[in-house]
Design a protein around this ligand. Structure first.
Ligand SMILES: Cc1ncc(C[n+]2csc(CCOP(=O)(O)OP(=O)(O)O)c2C)c(N)n1
Length: 275
């Protein structure tokens, strides 16, 4: 990390607990880069996390207020924070197990309501922290600790699902596309309404070793070779897209943000001008 960005971190507790080659450090680096470029005061950011390795990205390292909640419930807590503190930047960072698995229902409905949250879902295809169990984004046919004879389930296209649910901003990038990811994180932070980025990331320890990708470099090569842009994907058949990672922006809308609508209704009722 560039030296001037260390001011956003609690240096006294570095290095982080993440394993060598893990993508969580890249995501943290991209996050503070985006904040630095936008000149956002970290004291105005409230990060909310669930449970998992990726939930440790902001908590405890990022020097802002952090709410480290229970597994799967980050978005529910974050919605409460946004309702009470509508002017703060509420950022959720958590894993695919947390946000798409146990917390999947909260994710869909926060997108539908268009709650003003910035959500970075770190998709490492696995439950990393607990040792590599299958998750809703694990590819079909892969061996995990809970699918020793290969995974019989198809993975969820989580970014497409969030876009279909109605979020104002949706994108997908990998940790290989670090500059595009930073720019996208900036767009998400500036979005009024629900902003979501699926960040495809690497877990060499709990996932990679089972699929022949043993370190961070192997993952970078894999992400580079297997990503296709949203634009190109539109010219490809479903068979051609099999195993590909579609990267880019998937949605951008201007629907009214949830807590804004809520405050408007409250104000109308208070002044007797509402329905
Ligand atoms: C209610 C509940 N169920 C299960 C767990 C155990 N648990 C801790 S982290 C985790 C999954 C982590 O995977 P993910 O959310 O994808 O994050 P990662 O560690 O891969 O970044 C699980 C199942 C828990 N802490 N609480």
């Amino acid at each position: 990390m560039e030296h001037h960005l260390l001011k956003y971190l609690r240096e006294e507790i570095l290095p982080t607990t993440h394993c060598p080659g893990c993508g969580c450090g890249q995501v943290l680096n991209a996050f503070v880069n985006a904040i630095d470029t936008l000149r956002i005061d970290p004291r105005g950011i409230i990060s909310v996390t669930g449970i998992g390795c990726s939930s440790w990205i902001p908590s405890p390292y990022f020097k802002g207020d952090t709410l480290h909640t229970t597994h799967g419930r980050a978005i529910a807590f974050a919605t409460g924070v946004k309702v009470i503190r509508p002017d703060s930047n509420v950022v959720v960072i958590a894993g695919d197990g947390d946000l798409a698995g146990i917390g999947g229902n909260h994710l869909i409905h926060a997108a539908r309501r268009n709650v003003g949250l910035t959500v970075y879902l770190v998709n490492n295809y696995i439950y990393g922290m607990t040792g590599g169990q299958v998750s809703p984004t694990t590819p079909f046919g892969v061996v995990t600790s809970t699918t020793p004879y290969t995974n019989a389930e198809y993975p969820l296209k989580i970014a497409e699902l969030v876009a279909a649910a109605g979020a104002n901003y949706v994108a997908r990038w990998t940790t290989y596309h670090i500059r595009k990811l930073i720019a996208s994180m900036e767009e998400a932070l500036q979005t009024k309404g629900f902003a979501f980025i699926e960040i495809v990331s690497q877990c060499p320890v709990a996932y990679g070793r089972r699929v022949g990708l043993r370190d961070g470099v192997a993952f970078m090569e894999y992400f580079k070779e297997n990503s296709v842009s949203v634009r190109k994907s539109k010219t490809m058949s479903e068979e051609e897209l099999e195993g590909k990672i579609v990267v880019g922006r998937l949605a951008r809308r201007e629907r009214v943000e949830f807590t804004e609508s809520l405050r408007k209704i409250i104000e109308e009722q208070r002044t007797g001008t509402g329905a």
